[in-house]
Design a protein around this ligand. Sequence first.
Ligand code: NAD
Length: 505
Amino acid sequence: MAAATLTPSITGKHWIAGRWRSPINQHFESYNPARVDEVIGVFPEATAEDAESAVAAARAAYPGWRRTSRIRRAELFDNLAQLVKRDTNALAELMARECGKVVSECKAEVIEGLHMIQYVFGTGRMPMGDVLASEIAEKDAFMRRKPWGVVAVVTPWNFPFAVPLWMLGPSLLEGNTVVFKPSEDTPAVGQRLAELFDEAGFPPGVVNLVHGGGETGEALVNNPGVNVVLFTGSYDVGHRIQQLSAEHYDRITACEMGSKSAVIVCDDTRLELAVTCGIISAFKSSGQRCVSAGRILVHEKIIDRFAEKFVATAKRLHVGDPLDPGNFTGPVIHRAAVEKVERYNELAREEGAKVLLDGGRLTHGAHAKGCYLAPFVYRIDYHPGIRCIREEVFGPHVALIPFATDADAVRIYNATEYGLSMAVVTEDYRKMRFFRDECEYGMGYVNLPCIGAEVHLPFGGVKKSGNGHPSAAGLIETVTHKTAWTVSHGTEVKMAQGLSAEIED
Ligand code: NAD
């Protein structure tokens, strides 16, 4: 007999112009990937008209919000911080149930979101431009930032709380208004975040939420009332958004996308440290971080010893219920993700992998109802034609690749179309510098895993991973434009470059 489906606990609503609405149209369900018979909630799918109303609400709220004191705008983030502190555990639990990350990781994500809010609050009283020199003594010159207007925020499922805050925070502080579309896989966390913005006192229309998937996302991107699209997700979707946005002459598009990140282990390394860096990089969040390492490049002199310890450690990892604090990782996000990882495990075999730890589905006992996968570890020699070491898998799937020289390691590291994150494990400062300068990445780490963002550092990648608009604190450059503002205190006109101000009679 099939297990009874658990009653959905959350009723999804759009939040438009300060009103919560649950329109009767297409609905979709959000599931717990640890037990797919548990429905977290039922959510309305926004139509093009809903998206249009949300953009219109954001446009209408923009003049009032832009003219609100910057410090007042920042203070609302202080209210929000208090609410997030109050609800940290509940938010982490909801996130663990909806996206399957273990609850300790979810709590760390809530704290990361809180750090972004605190950063925004603190920034409210910081300088908002520069005072610059002028060639003319009587002139005062300034660089002042202006908001663009309406920002559409389209986010992925794997960081359903922190990534939206990386984008909402700087956008709102600088005076933009926002339409936020969370992932259709984590709408409950997205809605909870919007409810906190509401409770914190953000005025109607300043933040709007619409639920839905790709069609809703496209309706937002196609709306000419949107000035900036902030997207985080896969390359294919980001590329589509860039193409659609090219039709709009006044559109800024910032896309943070996928990766094939890597850890490089040199022959002088402390082996235990290198193994810890590798395990965390490959298997935290079941390998479903944008920065997860799908590749560990290991010097050929030590790869046998490294592989032995790495596999022994990977075997010991507990994969199970995300709410059990004893587990290292939970399930992957859905059945389609299980199938995708399995296809890449198979592809690796076809491309000549020597399988060291055969992952695959976990289907018995506590794993029976969930989307569980065990780690898949293989050794493979680099060859430019091999796809499994170039393409993003987004799951517990990692290649150990031997290299002979540092120059080889750089060549192998750069031989992917992505460039998000890398780590080098070495005691040699010359090697650190070489890898720092020669590898293509947005975030680099030494003697650390290649995961681990902090909100005040730039976060973004190059190549297919991003178009050079970092998220979090760095986003100010994307959600504002710089203006020059020049004031003369003289009683006659004086021009720069010796340009004459005389006018013939
Ligand atoms: P996804 O690209 O499938 O979806 C991301 C968002 O885009 C969702 O909200 C989705 O509804 C929306 N969307 C889908 N089609 C759309 C369209 N045609 N127009 C507009 N919006 C559309 O990604 P995902 O599966 O949610 O997340 C995983 C991916 O995100 C991975 O590739 C991962 O590397 C990447 N990611 C990148 C970063 C980063 O900062 N670089 C951070 C987290 C995740």
